[in-house]
Design a binder for this molecule. Structure first.
Ligand SMILES: Nc1ncnc2c1ncn2[C@@H]1O[C@H](COP(=O)(O)OP(=O)(O)OP(=O)(O)O)[C@@H](O)[C@H]1O
Ligand SMILES: [Mg+2]
Length: 252
């Protein structure tokens, strides 16, 4: 049984169908990427899975349970942790406080408890900080972190919610090649250590092909190919999308 199953999922914005009857299976322990050009519907699909958008029709099944259109916080508590394409860090808080807030959110605790919670959840928060390599920066203001550290903090925020499935929307966006490769190593290591399943979107093809066990390709809201990296690399339709149309002899 797949850990996540998406069946006939559809979402339109006015006349634009952003996600068009998408079917998807993600299996436990896999690192599964969703690729496709800008506007293909990847983030919208993530928003539907994680409950931030309601769908027009279709179903999302997680661990055998129908979670379609449940509120995001409930979906988080059931074990789907997601990061956003645009960072959602509180710049005015320290690295530690950002993670503590995520731990409290996952436990359904209000931020009113912040001062007491600092003591109660310090150990748990510090464990996550260590696993993403930010323990030495826990007292720093999150607003001044470099791009790579911000993404690491975001990953920590998602991990703090105790997920079984990680949804990462462009986890290496804006990173240098070195930061990108460090982040990919970190995601791979954490997924293995914590037995997580990862579903992520990414534009950098070297990242996609180095880390994915499975790849799904979207274009104009629909899935146009799905399979192992070698199948996707060889797929003609995918090549046309990424490398442009083949020469049309009649146009010469
Ligand atoms: N809240 C919204 N209201 C209206 N249109 C939206 C909304 N969210 C997304 N769209 C549209 O839906 C389509 C799919 O967008 P989406 O952000 O899912 O694409 P994407 O594959 O994540 O692209 P990118 O690679 O640039 O992140 C786009 O045409 C976008 O403009
Ligand atoms: Mg997107």
């Amino acid at each position: 049984m797949p850990i996540l199953e998406v069946k006939g999922l559809r979402k339109s914005f006015g006349g634009l169908t952003a996600v068009a009857d998408v079917n998807l299976e993600v299996h436990e322990g896999h690192i599964h990427s969703i690729i496709g050009p800008n506007g293909a519907g990847k983030s919208t699909l993530f928003n539907l899975i994680s409950g931030y958008y309601s769908c027009d029709r279709g179903q999302v099944i997680f661990k055998g349970k129908d979670i379609t259109d449940l509120p995001p916080q409930e979906i988080t508590r059931m074990g789907i942790g997601r990061s956003f394409q645009v960072t959602n860090i509180f710049s005015g808080l320290t690295v530690f406080e950002n993670l503590l807030a995520a731990v409290l959110y996952a436990k359904g605790q209000g931020l009113r408890l912040f001062s007491n919670a600092q003591k109660m959840f310090r150990e748990e928060t510090e464990e996550v900080l260590s696993s993403v390599g930010l323990i030495d920066k826990s007292g720093e203001s999150a607003g001044v972190l470099a791009a790579g550290d911000r993404k690491r903090l975001e990953l920590g925020i998602v991990l703090a919610t105790g997920p079984d499935l990680l949804l990462l929307d462009e986890p290496t966006c804006g990173m240098s090649p070195v930061e990108t490769s460090d982040t990919i190593d970190l995601i791979r290591k954490i997924a293995e250590e914590k037995s997580l399943t990862v579903l992520f979107t990414e534009h950098k093809m070297n990242v996609v092909f180095s880390i994915s066990s499975h790849i799904t390709v979207m274009n104009f809201g629909a899935i146009i190919a799905a399979g192992k990296p070698e199948d996707i690399r060889a797929n003609q339709q995918v090549q046309e999308i990424y490398f442009g149309k083949r020469d049309d002899p009649s146009s010469r």
